[in-house]
Design a protein. Sequence first.
Lengths: 385, 385
Amino acid sequence: MERPEIILAPGPTPIPPEVYLAQGSPLVYHRGPGFGNLMTEVAERLKVLYGTTQDVLLMTASGTGGLESAIQNVFSPGEEVFVPLAGFFAERWKQLAEAHGLLVRSIEYEWGRRVRPEDVDAALAEHPVKAVLLTHSETSTGVIQPVRELAEVANHHGALVIVDVVSSLGAVPFEFDAWGIDVAVGGSQKALSASPGIAFVAVSERAWRAHETASLPRYYFDWSIYRRYAALKDPENPWTPAISVMQGLRAALELYFQDGPEAALARHRRLSRAVKEGGKALGLDLFGEGLEDNWTVTAVRAPDGIDADTISDRIRADFGCVLAPGQGPLKGTVFRIGHLGYYSELDIIRGLAALEMTLERLGYPVKRGAAVAAAEGVFQEDVEG
Amino acid sequence: MERPEIILAPGPTPIPPEVYLAQGSPLVYHRGPGFGNLMTEVAERLKVLYGTTQDVLLMTASGTGGLESAIQNVFSPGEEVFVPLAGFFAERWKQLAEAHGLLVRSIEYEWGRRVRPEDVDAALAEHPVKAVLLTHSETSTGVIQPVRELAEVANHHGALVIVDVVSSLGAVPFEFDAWGIDVAVGGSQKALSASPGIAFVAVSERAWRAHETASLPRYYFDWSIYRRYAALKDPENPWTPAISVMQGLRAALELYFQDGPEAALARHRRLSRAVKEGGKALGLDLFGEGLEDNWTVTAVRAPDGIDADTISDRIRADFGCVLAPGQGPLKGTVFRIGHLGYYSELDIIRGLAALEMTLERLGYPVKRGAAVAAAEGVFQEDVEG
């Protein structure tokens, strides 16, 4: 009997049965009140998650499509941006900006480091740019970048703040309006545990003003067109959207809001701590700065003499558990455990048990049950406390 | 009891239960053999449908995203294209090309006309262009454009042939290789009756060569990146794809190929004839040239004194039947009945019955059962013949 794989990777994350049912249910037609209500409900809940009173645009695309929309809609060729580089997804910002003829200034950090606001401050003081492109949860390293502080610096220098929140929105604190963010791009398949296929983009008044003069060519991702259709009496997408994914996303948001954002954030923090304590109990080195804030994904160094990809291959083959391998310079030395989305305490525990057995099978000295016991420790503490 | 609406619009088309189940089933993870097999199976079946040995790229987007990919990947700014204009989707080609700084030459036809190959021949003889942008099934008018003949003309003049086959692929004859097509963009939610969210793009060798020097900015839709990931041992999408939609698309193709393309085309022809004979039996004027070839959607003129939008609004309110309203200059004078995708003979008959009752309610003199009888005539003929 082939069971579905157990996803412990940072997205797509596990899909709740209610979401499967919703995306497998009869599609509402994409013109008319049925879809209008669907879109409105999704957008309104996303606004709460973003912490914004601004429009949230919904696009049929992966998160990367949403990121590209930010470049196409805010800039004209040759304009300058600043991208602090500290991982795979920060590099993607750079690639995206360069693909569109922007001039990219950057600081390079070792992967796994937090970007330092004072460095950005100094760089912007020396050379102003139109915008700073940030990655909130750097999924490749597990690091949560200090977006609040970085936005403050950028705002101080009059630069727009454009943030990839694909794997952070709903998993760690984020406040679009309060932090002075101008564009934030999220995705359906991360903390919300819907299926992939919908990107969301929040846009500040300042970014809309920049959009008015932005001349980069665009069509499918043109924000103005999305805004026009969203303003119809029965809101629409300009193009035929991924209706089934949207239906699933509504169900996922319904579940998310049953707990409420505060409880969901606390759960992410708790599960993250359990994974990290579990890893430490096995004597593993955790990777990346600011572990206490990294609630989305935990990057773990493979023990000496064991290739990290061997661990993720073996745990998938033996237990059907999907971990994420290391990316870029971390390939082979780091594996990553995702814990954002629809996870319970016991989902984490079974994953740690699978990791224990896998490491033992690969010759690493494991005290059986040690990681599980450490995770239990985290969960019991909550109750005792 | 609220029932799902009955879609008689040209896409999204009715979704078979098998497709709902597949898109509501546990997602395969998007890296590894599970997804690789899914992608390969979908792409291989699409190659048969396209009639090509070329790669078919799969992108998470609506058809319009796929169309934009053709512009971004084949051209450099300032290059010239020819777009024969005869409907809403031909206009979209023009808008897309102009959004990216291409120079668009065109002939304007009255909506509902077929593009004449001799006109294109004369235009290209007078002024060569890099490519001709065609719309196979002009969904706004129901007209199937003579792509085969137009491609021959374009090939003769050394122009690339780029075709929107979003609402034609799988519903009417199309031969990518044999007709000398260079790029053809299809979508999941039309004749195949999967959910919207996946666009497919077939690319000829000639188009790949043009791609090598095409300098328009692009990233999310960059064909080279898709090709690189599709060539992996376990084929992948570069970005996290709409996995659930892809699973549904596989199930839809499985159903489509149970009958086989030939039977599916014959069914589209038969259902189209039934709709047209039904309309005529009610004394309605059918719109558009080449009715015998228009197997995807039938455009019908509203009777004198009745607004076409009133008909589509009323049939939706009273019977839950979704027809498509007229677009552009046809708004208010034409309504459209979609019959591409997963339709049976009885689906068409119930739609015609709803149309009869709706027209009667709006004061049009209807002989009850006349359209149904005409459709039955078409279906009985097939058996008698």
